[in-house]
Design a protein around this ligand. Structure first.
Ligand code: ASP
Length: 329
């Protein structure tokens, strides 16, 4: 009887241990998406790619891999897809070039890596990882980042690899609007569509990681760097609180240090992740006319996907293994 009880307790301890939750959440950009332009076939493409991204990250978590590797894997799927404004399919600057930004942060150590304004790196998220792993720095930009990535033998591509016709058309529309003196992203209204990608994951060891990758905003000025590679603005992770990846009008996310602010809200005010995210995105940012959204998760695997725009590409596999993807509110 005694022996049986000990065995039962042992079994219980083992299941509790192996049951540490793993979870993953992604976004593929927030903004105003014209439902009429997004045909059912196109919507399906988005859902399929979001699901592929989630599954790539989740497979790593299920095997006991790290949240950093999971975030990286999920983001690569979206960088390689022409659907998203990251890697292939990035938006154009006003001069018709693609300049990419990305970052990654480890919530266990608070180490981070990022690149800004790169034009020839196929997967900027890999360069962000390499900056974190192989330099004493956090952020490398432009030629410095490219030279470093080359040294690290990361895959380089010709700048026209990033070109897609629909992003080129978006730039022409942007130019026309500007010439007519109409709204562009600078007036705080929702841009037609942002499209940046991001991921936050929690691994079986309880470590949180977050990453973000983008082409920035259509028509951005040459040399402009957004929030995505700025730690604390577009990306933040801390095992004590949460991991966050943002998307939206980057200048606001930088000024309001949005990703870190959500973490600080939890740390200093004892708020839940859901409360903190709602307060910052729906009240603080909205009041300032900063449009966009965030995804995040906390150490218990609670997930948030909060946005103040009409749409945000998003998806998650929660701690119970339930997969969901969405585009509109
Ligand atoms: N936040 C990005 C930037 O401003 C754009 C986006 O999220 O779509 O560069």
């Amino acid at each position: 009887m005694y022996k049986l009880l000990t065995l039962a307790l042992l079994a219980l301890a083992m299941t509790t241990e192996s049951a540490s939750p793993v979870a993953i959440v992604i976004h593929g950009g927030a903004g105003r998406m014209d439902k009429a332009k997004l045909t059912p076939a196109r919507q399906k493409e988005y859902h399929t790619t979001l699901e592929a991204s989630l599954r790539a990250g989740h497979a790593i978590l299920k095997k006991g891999g790290s949240s950093l590797d999971a975030v990286q894997a999920a983001i690569i799927v979206m960088e390689d897809s022409p659907l998203f404004n990251a890697g292939k399919g990035a938006v154009f600057t006003s001069e018709g070039r693609n300049e990419l930004d990305a970052s990654l942060m480890d919530g266990r150590t608070l180490e981070a890596g990022a690149v800004g304004g790169v034009t020839t790196l196929k997967n900027p998220i890999l360069a962000a990882r390499a900056v974190m792993d192989h330099t004493p720095h956090v952020l490398l930009t432009n030629q410095g980042a490219e030279a470093f990535a080359k040294n690290m033998r990361l895959e380089l591509v010709k700048p026209n690899y990033f070109h897609t016709d629909h992003r080129w058309r978006q730039l022409q529309e942007w130019k026309k609007k500007k010439a007519e003196g109409k709204n562009t992203f600078l007036d705080g209204k929702h841009a037609d569509y942002f499209g940046t990608v991001g991921c936050v994951a929690l691994d079986a060891k309880g470590n949180i990681a977050a990453g973000t990758s983008t082409g920035g905003l259509t028509g951005k000025q040459f040399g402009r760097i957004g929030d995505s590679p700025i730690i604390g603005a577009g990306t933040y992770a801390n095992n004590k609180t949460c991991g966050i990846s943002c998307t939206g009008h980057g200048e606001y996310f930088i000024r309001y240090a949005v990703a870190h602010d959500i973490s600080a809200h939890m740390e200093y005010k004892n708020s839940t992740l859901a409360e903190a995210a709602r307060d910052i995105v729906q009240i603080k940012l909205k009041k300032a006319k900063g449009s966009g959204g965030i995804i995040g998760l906390d150490a218990k695997g609670n997930i948030v996907m909060e946005f103040n725009t009409p749409a945000m590409n998003r998806g998650s596999i929660d701690k119970n293994g339930k997969l969901t993807t969405g585009i509109f509110k």
